[in-house]
Ligand binder design. Structure first.
Ligand code: ARG
Length: 261
């Protein structure tokens, strides 16, 4: 009898840990993207952004929301991956993608020749326009009037790159984000701000006494950037993006954040 009891006991003890790990992992797999035991672990897709760029990426409380955040979430879903958005300085995105710290960069980022030497880009998912924000009573009425004036830009953006080329290094005052550049415009430290049209609209809406110059400064394409050695992920994301464009999902997200005038 004793023998049987201890046999049963030993058997149960053996079974318990097996069940614990097997049963536990099933539940964990749903919550924990990095679960190693479930076999259905979700890989994390790390997206670097600079969440100071409404309506593409900005904070709603503690959460990063916006057009890029929502498109990326749908892409990750299609890839069966868990999206993780990392907020960083705009000029840290490309170096971080190059070093492998982030899987991709998505930040209303313009495809441009210089960047193409460092990273690869997906197909474009949106158009951007560089515009000029000025005070309502500004003497600036045309792009030519900007010569000799102080121009506020976000560091390393295409607004920075183009304006430095067109108006010279001395004209440029660089800021960590667009909001700070707009603050400088309001306090008269710069005479205008060159920035993408959608954030420009939201800054003008949120601040009294500002307007956008009628003439557009530059028209560009936004896309997602990848490490040059990660053609595989680039292709997967591109395919997912193409589907989301074709079925109208991307347009739906854009329409949610950008209301037609
Ligand atoms: N389109 C511009 C560029 O690529 C500005 C992007 C800034 N994006 C941001 N999330 N702060 O340079």
């Amino acid at each position: 009898m004793k023998k049987i009891i201890s046999l049963i006991l030993a058997f149960t003890l053996l079974l318990v840990p097996v069940c614990l790990s097997a049963c536990g992992s099933k539940n964990d797999a749903d919550n924990d993207a990095k679960d190693e035991n479930g076999g259905e672990e979700k890989k994390v897709l790390t997206m670097a952004t600079n969440a100071e760029f409404p309506p593409y990426e900005y904070y709603d409380g503690d959460t990063i929301v916006g057009i890029d955040a929502e498109i990326a979430a749908l892409i990750a879903e299609k890839l069966g991956m868990e999206l993780e958005i990392v907020d960083t300085e705009f000029d840290s995105i490309i170096p971080g993608v190059q070093s492998g710290k982030y899987d991709m960069g998505m930040a209303g980022m313009t495809v441009d020749e210089t960047r193409l030497k460092s990273v690869n880009f997906s197909d474009s998912y949106a158009k951007g326009v560089q515009v000029v924000i000025i005070a309502e009573d500004s003497s600036i009425a045309t792009l030519e009037d900007i010569s000799g004036k102080k121009i506020g830009v976000q560091t390393s953006t295409t607004g920075d790159i183009y304006a430095t080329g067109d108006y010279g290094e001395d004209a440029i005052v660089r800021f960590a984000n667009g909001a700070l550049a707009v603050e400088a415009l309001k306090s008269g430290k710069v005479d205008c701000v060159i920035i993408d049209n959608e954030p420009a609209k939201s800054y003008v809406k949120a601040n009294e006494g500002l307007k956008i110059l009628d003439t557009e400064y530059a028209v560009e394409d936004y896309a997602i950037c990848f490490n040059k050695n990660d053609a595989d992920l680039q292709k997967q994301v591109n395919d997912a993006l193409a589907e989301l464009i074709a079925d109208g999902s991307v347009q739906k997200i854009i329409d949610k954040y950008i209301t037609a005038e």
